[in-house]
Write a protein that binds this ligand. Structure first.
Ligand code: NAP
Length: 249
């Protein structure tokens, strides 16, 4: 129970990787505030983990401010912020329009910026404030057909490194976690799109994505959550890292 007394706000905490992070942090004793647009999945995970479900669209900065205030009112000052919410639309670069670019930037890069700003005071006042952002291997290298996603994830890795540098020497740490392909709705949707475009079956498309991971298999949300829980440990002083997870060992 390394996180007894901690309060973690997890964005996108109702599904996929975010839900696994919520379960992992709750198992270590943290109180949870789970933020997303759809209330039903948030409430299901909140019930399971004893957390608080908070509906907010993170592309609206005023909704972020309201969500952080609600989280604080329910569970006290924040000690951990997990920027997990994200979207990953896919299209050839030549057919990527400005609206898609803006939507991806707003969700994957602007929202973590606003969340970090809203949480900063609490995190600096905490004994061991922690920011963990779920970036991607696409935050460290290029991939075809997801230019806005790749750019936004590179950006958010940079944001973590900048915060880490600026607050080095305080109790706050900021790190990025960079998984390969993980078995969630994002990969299911990508496999469905590849299958529709190529004529291959969805299982074959999933296998093709899995083969891009170094280990050759899809990661589970729990593989990612385990690394996040390690970074949230008050005794872990890792700061400014971008931790790649590409195989299950
Ligand atoms: P997911 O189940 O689709 O999770 C995305 C979450 O983000 C959902 O809970 C969604 O909730 C929330 N979200 C999206 N837009 C939002 C908005 N505007 N406001 C509030 N919440 C929003 O997929 P996932 O794979 O677990 O993704 C979690 C993170 O992992 C993402 O940042 C993704 O880029 C990253 N990641 C995924 C993979 C992978 O292969 N799956 C690999 C590397 C990194 P609502 O729709 O209810 O708002």
């Amino acid at each position: 129970m390394r996180l007894q007394g901690a309060h973690a706000l997890v964005t996108g905490g109702g599904t996929g990787i975010g839900a696994a992070i919520a379960r992992a942090l709750a198992a270590e004793g943290a109180r949870l505030s789970l933020v997303g647009r759809r209330l039903a999945p948030l409430e299901a995970v909140a019930e399971e983990t004893g957390g608080t479900a908070i509906r907010a669209d993170l592309v609206e900065p005023e909704q972020i401010a309201r969500a952080v205030a609600e989280a604080r009112a329910a569970n006290g000052p924040l000690t951990i912020l997990v920027n997990n919410a994200g979207i990953a639309p896919s299209a050839p670069f030549a057919r990527t329009d400005a609206a898609t670019w803006r939507a991806v930037m707003a969700t994957n890069l602007d929202a973590p910026f606003h969340c970090c700003k809203a949480a900063l005071g609490d995190l600096l006042a905490a004994e061991a404030g922690r920011i963990v952002t779920i970036a991607s291997v696409a935050g460290l290298e290029g991939f075809a057909y997801v230019a806005p996603y790749v750019a936004s994830k590179h950006g958010v890795v940079g944001l973590m490194r900048a915060i880490a540098a600026e607050y080095a020497g305080t109790s706050l740490t900021a790190n990025a976690v960079c998984p390969g392909f993980v078995d969630t709705d994002i990969v299911a949707n990508a496999a469905a799109l590849i299958a529709a475009k190529s004529g291959m079956g969805e299982e074959e498309a999933r296998a093709q994505l899995a083969r891009q991971n170094k280990g050759g298999t899809l990661l589970t949300p729990e593989d990612v959550a385990k690394v996040v829980a390690e970074l949230c440990d008050p005794s872990n002083r890792t700061n400014g890292a971008a931790i790649t997870i590409e195989d299950r060992s």
